[in-house]
Design a protein around this ligand. Structure first.
Ligand SMILES: NC(=O)c1ccc[n+]([C@@H]2O[C@H](COP(=O)([O-])OP(=O)(O)OC[C@H]3O[C@@H](n4cnc5c(N)ncnc54)[C@H](O)[C@@H]3O)[C@@H](O)[C@H]2O)c1
Length: 277
């Protein structure tokens, strides 16, 4: 059987680590030639090397997604070296702890921090679509997957800018799906729950346990869990799926923990308080 993505050319942003690195490897294993891009050039090169060593076609590129000039160059280079891009996984975000710590409630949020987070997380995805869609239209179609977050559609007392960037990304996704769907371009977003990447090492154990408790699955997510969904959405198996935010979140958003902690069995309630919600 032919590989699902044989003949496709994929570009992944933020592919130097975590979810993006797993996505690059999974797209390549499914048959795509993959442009492994990241603002961290050495990280992109290491991932591309590993993909190539496992027998697949990969090209490493430095790409700061917030820069339009770099997008122009990257899309031209990929078209020249691998062919027109027909799969885009726009995944990069500012995940550095300094931005996490400075992304506060709106009253305390600095304009500089807000602007930088929006520039990378949201403008970066807009530029990705702006520069990749024309090639997809010329090629007769393509599939775009944006990495959103459950925070794009749930309230958060801090991480105001991050949450806004992900909500904006969901709107971008619907705009692209609506604008170019008839021409064969599908666009979807994945909203991951908590995925155990390197960054999780910095989370205090008690907080990690609380996070795990809030999921309905026995474990937190892995980068491969998200990558599998990316490959599915990129492939023709998902030909009738567009304009959707797909929660790949271990059931995190499927319940309200305060009303019903996962895994508890209760006798039918006899008190009015037991009927809340
Ligand atoms: N890990 C989780 O629990 C989780 C949950 C929800 C959403 N997400 C989203 O998943 C995506 C990947 O996150 P991750 O957890 O794999 O984190 P990660 O830190 O492992 O990966 C982020 C990558 O983006 C790159 N990057 C940062 N700024 C960039 C820029 N300006 N241009 C290009 N690349 C840049 C980094 O160098 C890094 O390689 C992000 O969009 C994040 O918001 C992650």
């Amino acid at each position: 059987m032919a590989a699902k993505l044989a003949g496709r050319v994929a570009l992944v942003t933020g592919a130097g680590s975590g979810i993006g690195a797993a996505s690059a490897a999974a797209l390549a294993a499914a048959g795509a030639a993959v442009a492994v891009t990241d603002v961290d050039e050495a990280a992109a090169a290491a991932v591309a090397k590993a993909v190539a060593e496992s027998g697949h076609r990969a090209l490493a590129l430095r790409l700061d997604v917030a820069s339009e000039a770099q997008w122009r160059r990257a899309v031209a280079t990929v078209a020249e070296e691998l062919g027109p891009i027909t799969v885009l996984h726009s995944n990069a975000a500012l995940t550095a702890h300094a931005y996490y710590a400075a992304d506060l409630g709106v009253v305390d949020l600095s304009v500089e921090v807000f602007d930088r987070i929006i520039a990378v997380n949201l403008r970066g995805a807009m530029l990705a679509c702006k520069h990749v869609v024309p090639g997809m239209l010329a090629a007769g179609g393509g599939s775009i997957v944006l990495t959103s977050s459950v925070k794009g559609s749930t309230g958060s007392a801090h991480r105001t800018a991050y949450s806004m960037s992900k909500g904006g990304l969901d709107a971008l996704m619907r705009a692209v799906a609506t604008g170019y769907g008839k021409a064969g371009v599908r666009c979807n977003a994945i909203a991951p729950g908590i995925v155990a990447t390197e960054a999780i090492g910095a989370v205090p154990p008690a907080q990690l346990a609380a996070l795990l408790d809030a999921h309905l699955t026995p474990s937190l997510g892995t980068p491969a869990d998200i990558a599998n969904a990316v490959v599915f959405l990129a492939s023709d198996d998902a030909a009738f799926i567009t304009g959707q935010v797909i929660d790949v979140d271990g059931g995190l958003t499927a319940h309200t923990a305060a009303l019903s902690p996962p895994g508890t069995r209760q006798a039918p309630s006899t008190t009015p308080e037991g009927n809340l919600g």
